[in-house]
Design a protein around this ligand. Structure first.
Ligand SMILES: [Cu+2]
Length: 167
């Protein structure tokens, strides 16, 4: 949602900058005789800087978008009666989709690298779990899903989300 608003904003600012950039070029030819070179150089530099910033913003947005929209599913590893997956917490959850079997103990090892307080807590509403995650430590969360389905988990503010798919 925020991403689309930002991208719309950038889409509108880039053509505007291009329109601004054209003005000095057009006026330059007729105005070379009377105006100094100083004014000509300074205007395009400012415009170029803005255009470059917009382009860099777009590239950054694209990388961000690509990373977030990419579905990352991982099937839990089963050993000694426990199905286990390590989830890296860094600007979201990696993997953000975990596939497990019904009726078997699940252990999700949350390894938090993200310093922001946003991701310090992980919540599994369906399993009544709200767990603090310590920085650069593994926090195991265990539960046994009794029914197949999609069980979401999220940060304390419900901004970052992941799914446990029970089959
Ligand atoms: Cu949050």
């Amino acid at each position: 949602m925020i991403g689309s608003i930002v991208s719309f904003g950038l889409l509108f600012t880039v053509p505007n900058n291009n329109a601004v950039a054209q003005i000095p070029h057009e006026t330059h030819a007729s105005a070379t005789e009377k105006t100094s070179e100083f004014q000509y150089v300074q205007q395009p530099l400012w415009v170029k800087g803005t255009v470059t910033a917009s382009i860099l913003g777009l590239i950054g947005l694209e990388i961000w978008w690509f990373l977030l929209s990419k579905p990352k599913a991982k099937t839990a590893q089963f050993s000694d009666g426990i199905q286990e997956v390590t989830i890296i917490v860094d600007g979201g959850y990696e993997p953000s989709r975990v596939i497990v079997n019904v009726g078997q103990l699940v252990r999700l090892n949350f390894l938090r690298h993200d310093k922001s307080s946003c991701l310090e807590q992980v919540i599994f509403p369906d399993f009544h779990i709200a767990q603090q995650l310590n920085l650069n430590q593994i926090t195991p969360i265990e539960f046994t899903p009794q029914k197949p389905g999609q069980y979401t988990f999220a940060c304390g503010m419900n901004m970052f989300r992941g799914v446990v798919e029970v089959r």
